[in-house]
Design a protein around this ligand. Sequence first.
Ligand SMILES: [Zn+2]
Length: 456
Amino acid sequence: MIEPKISDRNWQPHPDIGEAMYSFVRDLYPICRSITGNGVRETLRMVGRHIPLSIREVPTGTEVFDWTVPKEWNIRDAYIKDASGSRIVDFKNSNLHVVSYSLPVHQRISLIELKEHLVTLPEKPDWIPYRTSYYKENWGFCLRHKQYGELNEQEYEVCIDSTLEDGHLTFGEYLLEGEGPDEILISCHVCHPSLCNDNLSGIALSTMLAQHLSRCPRRYSYRFLFVPGTIGAITWLALNESNVKRIKHGLVVALVGDSGNFTYKKSRQGSADVDRAVLHVLKHSGDPYEVFEFSPYGYDERQYCSPGFNLPIGSLTRTPFGRYPEYHTSADDLELVQPGALADSLSKYLASLFVLEKNRVYANQNPKCEPQLGRRGLYREMGGFSDGKEIELAMLWVLNLSDGDHSLLDIADRAGLPFDLIEQAAGLLRKNDLLSEVSASQGADATKASIGIEGA
Ligand SMILES: [Zn+2]
């Protein structure tokens, strides 16, 4: 894989990053993953070559809230042979051919019996569907409907060389420490076999995001989770219940490699800072996007936003699951995911995290009438720069609303100006002692009293 060169100026990713992410997706593509087993371990080992990932193993049978860590599933080979002995369906050609968590089987059966264990997509006859049977012991094959139509009456040999036995559930975790203990959670799922957009795009983005953030100054600590969907997030929450209060913001990363528009699914809280930060970034990006209210269906935000946790965690994807025809089929492949889309997604994540990192509450140190900006060299008599007027307007907004009650994001939204500009304006005012930061421990009332605002 190409080691991306990263510039941390304005938290912009390097132009080569899309190619680096794509090449990581390509490396991970052949691995047969499931919710447990060696495919997840190998995937996490590969992530661990880029970031210092801790790999955790939780034994089968461990109780995690209302769930139990399942048996571990591994597969070596699988096929269907026709009467002449040739493999007409071969796991080695596509790991999607086997229903995930299939029990081992090796027998000769008739066409009628075989058909009870076959899944196809009649409306997409050239694609292999992706199916699982995690919580019901069964076995099955998935194949192209075109091939299904060609099967005739004869004896078939079916073989699934798999094991389903006591073992472990494996997940990966990386804590990138910042200045303080407050955390931002970034979570992605690692349990799908050869599917690119659903699964691998999120793994690649989370990995590159961790690499990039490790080179940026950070107020927050970042906790990256690489977990099998549903059971992995439930297991992590069960094992870390007492630490969850440190999580102040979070995003579930998935479906970030296709060329569709961005979609933001809000947290259960609906107007958490992370919701506002992402929506601010999308609005000012100029790109089309859609916003969904929270619903208890989707990826692991379902667990993080369950009422017993109610964490401020949303999900930023491109085309949402189930809305693109290739979803959960063999067509979610290396063509569906594109380097440019991956890079664009990473930059949206970085821009959103930049807002959370830089969002502060200030108090205007000269609140009685406007301070004279011209005297301080902050107000140009003649506009020489194209953005001169905008930065001046941004300074006036920051001065006016910095009363200890409004954050920079509040100000940016109310002014209709991009957060970066508001943040830049605040920086200039701070340098000129016109603003002082209101610490989180100070209440808004205390701030007002200390700077002498009356009648507020
Ligand atoms: Zn999926």
